[in-house]
Design a protein around this ligand. Sequence first.
Ligand code: IPM
Ligand code: MG
Length: 358
Amino acid sequence: MRYKIALLGGDGIGPAVINEGVKVLNAVGKKFGIDFEYEKALIGGCAYDDCGTPLPVSTIAAAKEADAVYLGAVGDWKYDSLPADVRPEKALLGIRKELNLFANLRPAIVFDELVASSTLKPEVVKGVDIMMVRELTGDVYFGQPRGIEMRDGQRAGFNNMIYYESEIERIANVAFETAMKRNKKLCSVDKANVLDCSRLWREVVTKVSEQYPDVELSHMYVDNAAMQLIRNPKQFDVVVTGNIFGDILSDEASMLSGSLGMLPSASLSDSRKGMYEPIHGSAPDLKGKNIVNPIATILSAAMMLRYSFSKNEEALTIENAVKSVLKKGYRTQDIYTSGLTLVSTDKMGDLIASEILN
Ligand code: IPM
Ligand code: MG
């Protein structure tokens, strides 16, 4: 068996964490007889430096040709003053749109071993297991018109929050399907008390729910959801929401787990093609220090095996290897608590890879 993976390390700590992910994928390949073929391509600031654009056509081509895309992170302060259309973040939005990756799955799972790393009380976070389903190619991120222009003698900045019902329908279907495979509980988050866009969202999600009579659907306003996530996160199982609300709530949910460095993500299209990346950013200040946590990226490889390659056993092997390395007390600095063993980025990758081969 052979799979082609486009490797987009990107900026900052991106290439370093992707390195550890590849190490772990190769261990899985060795154990289960799978051949992974990698094709490296540039994205983000490094691509801008090299070819004057953060998303070169060659990168889009490599991503389209591959069975899956494995991405590190993009962005660096040194590009902050660039015009908006060549900033590294633009590449991320561009590749999501190019590959039609409309469904973003962001699991927020609190491992028992890490309960103490959270800033919240142990009884609040122990056992949290939320799947955030974020719409990724619509909303105020992509809506037209947008811009900054003169109005009434002063500058005005504007974006358009817009969802077509077909866009709401397809993400709702992904969320209901996800809920069917879990505990059949779905919470849709919107701001229907104020926004027309959200009123349509709620109406369409409710309509789609008729096809899933076994799933218990609830609706929540986004401000309340932000509060409930901290107050009592265990009330949530699958959450579905639009692009901007999902961006904010998924960062919030990640902190339940103690560290942004723990959370993987999958961005999926209608086909099995997907892009897999840690939800943390490029952290340019931590680049080259060999201290960051590669687990989010490693767990993203598990999601790749599960969602793009239908390799559930192999995915579980990675997830269990991560758990046992944590159980043995190894920690990178972001999840370190006293009395445990502090390890570097590459050491953490080595430990997880050898756990798989054991
Ligand atoms: C994310 C990031 C991106 C987003 C940025 C870097 C464009 O925050 O993946 O959550 O806003 O979607
Ligand atoms: Mg974000």
